[in-house]
Design a protein around this ligand. Sequence first.
Ligand code: NAP
Length: 319
Amino acid sequence: MYTPNPLQRRRLFILGLGSQGKAWAQNWRDQKLPFQILLREKSSTIQEAKKLELPVTLFNEWRPEPNDIFIMLIPDHTHKNVLAFFAQQGGDIPLTFIYAHGVSYTQYNWNQVYPAWSHLLLAPKAIASEVRANYLSHEPLAAVYSTEGSIAHDAKELVFFLAGQLGINQGPFKSTFREETLADLFSEQALLCSLLPYGARLIFEKMVERGISREVAYLECWREVKLIADAMIKFGPENFHRLISPNALYGGEKARHVIFDKSFHDKLDTLAADIWSGSFFNEVMDQDLDALRQSVIADWSSTTLAQTHKAMEKKGVDL
Ligand SMILES: NC(=O)c1ccc[n+]([C@@H]2O[C@H](COP(=O)([O-])OP(=O)(O)OC[C@H]3O[C@@H](n4cnc5c(N)ncnc54)[C@H](OP(=O)(O)O)[C@@H]3O)[C@@H](O)[C@H]2O)c1
């Protein structure tokens, strides 16, 4: 079947070559999609682009052409300044910006600030490493999209075409910038990047304190997270609970009532309230995120869990 290419003669730029940028660029390169990586003049990632043999345009070399498309794979807190740069080059020229997360659009209403431009959402529901890995392995890769900030008639075709080239094979599912933002921030804050890694770390430490060997504790608390998550997805909530052992079933119910008490609900509501009101985004804008990342990594490096992970890798255990 003939599928029209909505890019036609439009130029496609990926802004940034960080975690998501590298995955999108490599997937699209493998699909033979023409694009340029757009980087700052003194970008530390120019070398990375050279290593991957990706074509680079520098911001000071770029001149606007109507209908240019930009994939915003730079940190969300930088969008404001970067969009202001494009506006200086001619805010009336029709351009298309595609965001991988809705937070800056939700906070600043880009469609009102820059009404001559189209603002689209194509948000993979996967960490960047898996956007590349699942493309290569043809495993499930989901995304959500929104065209609510677009003035172009072919916005949906464009998003679906780019998603397909990226390896998205679940959806993309229709959402809105605000819905994606709230859901993404709350899930990563309350579950994916707190409860899971910090829960695993705390329980690993409790086991080791009580005499369990590091390797056994590691297998129980870190390695098995993937296996249990795979089973939850494969079998669904009801069958998952049909499959687990009687001890796991009873233990889960007991712990559920101890851990997820009223104070836990209250804490979740506090986190959610900050996200829903927009105050969380302002809080993030005030942080030195590079320094924070370094201190979080230093803290994790000092843990027995991280050391055990490295020891397992050294032993050649296939993790
Ligand atoms: N990380 C994930 O797994 C993930 C998952 C889902 C969605 N997302 C979304 O994907 C987007 C990109 O996230 P990311 O984690 O991939 O970003 P990232 O790795 O932090 O992006 C780094 C890249 O952005 C460039 N950059 C940084 N500040 C810039 C600025 N002021 N002007 C121009 N370029 C700048 C960096 O180049 P320099 O060398 O010049 O600093 C580098 O190439 C975000 O919207 C994020 O919410 C990320």
